[in-house]
Design a protein around this ligand. Structure first.
Ligand code: HEM
Length: 319
């Protein structure tokens, strides 16, 4: 969820309500501790009240999961739930700290508190990432590919580029079945390219005819085998200098100088493919960071809820 100056009005009531509840809780806690040598514990009236409030907030926080899964539920918009999730989750921190009376307690309550703090920290981390990574994706990855298809598209790029280079360098071009190409069959390549239409930029499929061979294009063949093929197929794992755009520009420029101008069009296609491959690498990284924190936040929040019930049960039993 984005929190911007432009949409802060929607967050404002939640922020204000959380600050007011926090201030009231703090005042009550301080008054209850006057004249006592220790802070009020979890079983004192204010401590118990803050525990119940914090516990219900944690339960509510957890309900965002079924709410998001069951979009047909008509209980408020997901965006309203998300705002409540963020600000009530943050409010639960001081409430539950006051509930503890600044003591860790036994192993169970300590584990519960640590779990709670990790869930909160991962939530804040995820929220921070959500503030700038989607923007970065939009600006720096105009040729965004369906995430699960990245490996498949990379393989396709590498094999199509290979066919193109072999054809230009006059090396026998095979079709997928290993046979030589007939006149019409497979004489076209499918190369993805980034194109703009008005304000919209995206990836389109371009079909290009296999080029006539260009004499003296051995440097292209060598460069392709040394740097391009592995990079298109395996991305960063190939440890190719083409992974850095400035380095790639220098290398492609020096390659052009070694080739006849008739081969320059092919070099431009290969450079464009490498550019798209770099975008796919960046896309994978951004998507990893956008989602990976949930692997901490979600399972630990399940553990938190389970342990919270155990904590309530144990606390009630020995009260
Ligand atoms: C006791 C505290 C909390 C619990 C139990 C909790 C639990 C959850 C659960 C179960 C989800 C759903 C995961 C999913 O979509 O697969 C979620 C999502 C999320 N939580 Fe929390 N959470 C807590 C506190 C917080 C806090 C304090 C923040 C931020 C300040 C936060 C930020 C988020 C965000 C950004 C999402 C992802 C929503 C999205 O898909 O865009 N959470 N949380």
């Amino acid at each position: 969820m984005l929190i911007r100056k432009s949409n802060f009005a929607e967050h404002y009531p939640w922020v204000l309500a959380s600050i007011i509840v926090f201030a009231m809780a703090l005042i009550w806690f301080v008054f209850a501790s006057l004249g006592h040598s220790e802070w009020p514990s979890g079983s004192s009236l204010p401590g118990f009240t803050f525990g119940v409030m914090g516990g219900f907030i944690c339960l509510f926080e957890f309900l965002i999961w079924p709410r998001k899964k069951l979009r047909s539920w008509r209980i408020g918009k997901v965006s309203t739930w998300m705002r409540a999730h963020i600000w009530l989750g943050l409010l639960a921190v001081p409430l539950l700290v006051l509930h503890t009376g600044f003591r860790w307690g036994g192993p169970l309550s300590t584990t519960l508190m640590v779990l709670f703090l990790v869930v909160i920290a991962s939530g804040v981390w995820g929220l921070v990432l959500q503030q700038f990574l989607p923007d970065k994706l939009l600006k720096e990855v105009p040729s965004e590919t369906i995430f699960s298809q990245i490996d498949y598209v990379s393989d396709l790029m590498a094999s199509e580029a290979s066919r193109l280079v072999k054809s230009v360098c006059n090396i026998k071009v095979d079709n997928d079945d290993g046979g030589e190409l007939s006149d019409d069959e497979g004489r076209h390549l499918v190369v993805g390219a980034v194109r703009s239409t008005g304000a919209i930029q995206g990836r389109v499929v371009v079909t290009a005819s296999l080029q006539e061979s260009v004499p003296d294009s051995k440097p292209l063949y060598d460069f392709f085998n040394e740097h391009i093929y592995g990079f298109l197929k395996n991305g960063e794992e190939a440890r190719s200098p083409l992974a850095k755009s400035i380095r790639a520009t220098v290398l492609f420029n020096s390659l052009r100088m070694k080739l006849s101008p008739r081969a320059h069009e092919v070099v431009a296609v290969l450079e464009d493919l490498c550019n798209q491959r770099r975008q796919m690498i960046l896309q994978s990284k951004i998507q990893f960071w956008l989602h990976s924190w949930l692997w901490v936040h979600l399972p630990l929040s399940v553990a938190l809820i389970v342990l919270m019930f155990v904590h309530v049960f144990v606390a009630m039993k020995y009260w």
